[in-house]
Write a protein that binds this ligand. Structure first.
Ligand code: GDP
Length: 305
């Protein structure tokens, strides 16, 4: 599993996804549930999710703190329905990877500027292309100057066709053109970039809803997927962002970027816990290959190796 050992390497190279406080549990420097509580809060896991993890840890009598924490964390990193299944299995999560095979043909990629949305679309292009799927991009962020050019460059580098709009033009029109073109060509997957301006949030949310409607109209059949890109470094703010987006355009997946550069990756836990939306991929660098399907059990294990 070269991908995973790469994550492990990257995590070890930096501060580590949950920071040194949590890592201490695994080197036996942390021994009490109170120490653990402090460490989880410091890693940005959030109050409510921390309480649940501690509850699971206390319940797992007879197991050592390391194993109990590993299971509790894995459990928390699963969406609601699967978590219930896992509990039935008696705290021993198996088969923890969710499907990253998009239903339908169109994936809308949303998120605020700077989180790594455009780069993530390029990474997704490479990921599916290397698995034999035909891929197209739509440059639907007509608001940020140069967003279209940036995606165009990635498209050229990867050999992925990009449907462009005009700067300041109607993003729904680009999405419509791209979705129609995808259908006509019979390409497997279309990834639609979208605007991420933070000011004027109301307009942004309305625009995303419109893009979604237009895509589903141009490409009827399976409804499109909506994947939110979140920057791990933003911590609890990321959770608030995710909630806002989820309210207006229900998410079907989350991608967390920049896990190579933070010790506050605990934000993954409340994202899944509060939204019940699966994490599909994690971003661990700036290159087109720095994207990995998210597997909760493998991921938690890698953190402490
Ligand atoms: P957008 O505004 O959301 O489209 O963001 P961009 O795709 O332009 O990315 C913003 C910056 O974040 C760029 O410098 C990217 O190279 C960088 N970036 C994106 N994903 C990752 C990641 O997983 N790790 C790191 N370290 N940097 C990333």
């Amino acid at each position: 599993r070269s991908g995973l050992s790469k994550t492990r390497q990257q995590i070890n190279d930096t501060a580590g996804f949950l920071g040194n406080d949590v890592r201490d549990v695994f080197t036996n420097r942390l021994e009490t549930v109170e120490d653990l509580e402090y460490a989880l809060i410091a890693a940005d896991v959030g109050r409510a999710a921390t309480e649940e993890i501690l509850e699971d840890v206390r319940r797992s009598e007879g197991r050592n703190l390391q194993d109990a924490l590993m299971s509790a964390l894995t459990l928390q990193l699963e969406p609601d329905a699967r978590r219930a299944e896992f509990r039935k299995l008696g705290f021993a999560p198996q088969a923890s990877r969710v499907s990253v095979d998009p239903r339908g043909h169109v994936v809308m990629v949303i998120g605020v500027n700077g989180v790594g949305k455009t780069t993530t679309i390029a990474k997704l292009g490479q990921y599916y292309q290397s698995r034999g799927r035909g891929v197209m991009f739509a440059a639907g962020d007509t608001f940020r100057a140069a967003a279209g050019a940036q995606l165009g460059e990635w498209g050229q580098r990867l050999g992925v066709p990009v449907v462009q709009g005009t700067d300041g033009g109607d993003p729904a029109a680009v999405a419509f053109d791209a979705a129609s073109a995808r259908r006509a060509r019979g390409t497997d997957l279309l990834f639609v970039d979208t605007a991420g301006r933070l000011h004027n949030k109301h307009n942004l949310m309305e625009e995303l809803k419109k893009v979604r409607r237009v895509v589903d109209k141009a490409d009827p059949g399976e409804p499109s997927e909506v994947w939110l890109v979140l920057d791990a470094v933003t911590g609890q703010n990321g959770l608030q962002q995710a909630k806002k987006f989820h309210e207006s355009t229900p998410l079907t997946g989350v991608i967390v970027t920049k896990l190579d550069g933070t010790s506050k990756g605990g934000i993954l836990v409340p994202i899944v816990r509060e939204l019940g939306v699966p994490i599909k991929f994690i971003g661990v660098g700036e290159g087109a290959g720095d994207l990995q399907p998210f597997d909760s059990a493998e991921f938690v294990r890698a953190l402490f190796d």
